[in-house]
Write a protein that binds this ligand. Structure first.
Ligand code: SAM
Length: 452
């Protein structure tokens, strides 16, 4: 009988993509993928270490799985494996901290999971693989393993070379490695022929894309390999193309030009600033100051298209004074973001910022978080208010959780849009006339159902 594998995913879109890739490989190797941890012979936790809370969650979850297995009275406990960033960073120490773990799978060992499980099932204790990817590995994801039949994540670059002083990613995911453009374009074409309506080109820093060869980009001009790739992917005819995350220092004006040339490149840019204070940006080693950043924002705002702009901010970085925080508030006011992800600084062992003194007390971090959140809510109300009376294109995802008479989806500008509709189906792209603004979403009336 086939072994059943359950994979639980924490963290970013890269982890979602890794899970899809792992599931594809496992099914090919003869395993069954199950949606139930209780029914599984093998439980894999695909982990995130970007903040301490996410990391702690994993160890809690391992305890829960072990206890549930014990309580169910099953003869054999499931094989428990930890994959992803926590696995890569903590390595063998996980075996000591969580003795029920049998298997540790680093961020570049995804394609070797079937063999690693076999070794555990063959009786080997404490199996671990933190090695590099092997030459010639292809990013192969079967449609059956994708989270959605309409929206697909397409990784274009892995790892990070930026070494921002607060960030663990370069240590957990290694150096930047770009996929070939030929492979990316072929995958987007394949997704189009399978009926996918939207792809997200993903990576820690998509605009740092730098493939080994120009293959697949020959026909497309552009100032950077990423803006050429945007044109090449735009030319596939895929209905909607989004990309995230863009790194400010590498954000070239030609990205905006590509968006103006190809209407299927969506009107949304995620450009994390992290702080509005030049002193803190320097300590964060971001490689941009507020002026550089605002110049790029200006470029986005001056575009012929109305482009939606979102960002990430960390509050309470070591040494962040009241004045530094006031500068962050000022920058947020100036940028008028469409959306903002706010994080309280979390110390990550092994990063340069971990040894900085002048730690901001937790209560102060919370106060700054709330102040920034309130400011953003007010800005967002205004920004969202500008959509009233406008038509947006929505990819329908599901019935709304609030009302069975409403459907929900995302606009091209990546806002949640709910609308009254009995006859639309998930996967359809429809036009919605916005009539109301809610806290984090727009509400409207269905204008038309387009032929899909
Ligand atoms: N590579 C992107 C960049 O830096 O522009 C973002 C990737 S990171 C996975 C997503 C977000 O998590 C970051 O933009 C940052 O705001 C937040 N983050 C990363 N490290 C953090 C830390 N130590 N404490 C709090 N937030 C953190």
């Amino acid at each position: 009988m086939k072994s059943k594998v359950y994979i639980e995913t924490f963290g970013c879109q890269m982890n979602v993509a890794d899970t899809e890739r792992a599931a594809t490989g496992l099914r090919k190797a003869g395993y069954e993928i199950t949606a139930s941890a209780q029914a599984a012979d093998v439980v894999l936790l695909n982990t995130c270490s970007v903040r301490e809370r996410a990391e702690r969650k994993v160890f809690r979850r391992i305890g829960e799985i072990r206890n549930q297995a014990k309580a169910s009275g099953r003869k054999q406990k499931p094989v428990i494996g930890v994959m992803g960033c926590v696995a890569q960073l903590e390595g063998p120490s996980i075996f000591q901290n969580a003795p029920s773990v049998d298997l540790i799978i680093g961020t570049r060992a995804t394609d070797r999971i079937p063999t690693l499980i076999e070794r555990v099932q063959g009786g080997e204790a404490s199996v671990i693989d933190l090695d590099e990817r092997q030459e010639g590995e292809v990013w192969d994801v079967s449609p059956a393993e994708r989270r959605s039949p309409y929206v697909a994540f397409v990784p274009i670059i892995e790892g990070c070379n930026k070494f921002c002083s607060f960030c663990i990613v370069p240590y957990s995911r290694g150096r930047e490695k770009s996929r070939s453009a030929l492979e990316i374009v072929a995958e987007v074409q394949r997704l189009g022929s399978l009926g996918y309506k939207e792809v997200h080109l993903i990576g820690q820093n998509v605009n740092s894309y730098r493939p080994k060869t120009q293959q697949g980009l020959e026909k497309y001009s552009g100032a950077t390999p990423f803006s050429r790739l945007l044109r090449a992917v735009g030319d596939t005819g895929m209905e909607r193309i989004k990309f995230t995350t863009s790194f400010p220092r590498d954000f070239h004006p030609d990205i905006v030009s590509a968006l103006e040339e190809f209407p299927n490149l969506c009107d949304w840019i995620h450009l994390p600033v992290q702080s509005g204070s030049d002193r803190i940006l320097k300590a964060m080693r971001r490689g941009h100051n507020s002026e550089d950043y605002l110049r790029r924002v200006d470029m986005v705002k001056q575009s012929k298209r109305r482009l939606s702009l979102t960002s990430d901010i960390i509050v309470g970085f070591p040494g962040e004074s009241e004045d530094d925080f006031a500068e962050t508030m000022r920058l947020v006011r100036d940028c008028e973001y469409d959306g903002l992800f706010i994080f309280k600084y979390s110390k990550r062992a092994g990063t340069p910022a971990a040894s900085l003194e002048d730690v901001i007390p937790e209560g102060e971090k919370t106060a700054r978080f709330i102040a920034l959140e309130e400011l953003q809510e007010a800005i967002q109300k205004k920004v969202y208010g500008n959509y009233v009376g406008r038509k947006v294109s929505v990819l329908v995802e599901r019935e709304s959780a609030r009302s069975s008479e409403d459907m929900t989806g995302h606009s091209t500008c990546h806002k949640v849009v709910n609308f009254r509709a009995q006859q639309t189906q998930p996967g359809e792209v429809v036009d919605v006339l916005i009539s109301q603004v809610k806290s984090y979403s727009l509400y409207g009336e269905l204008l038309s159902e387009r032929a899909n």
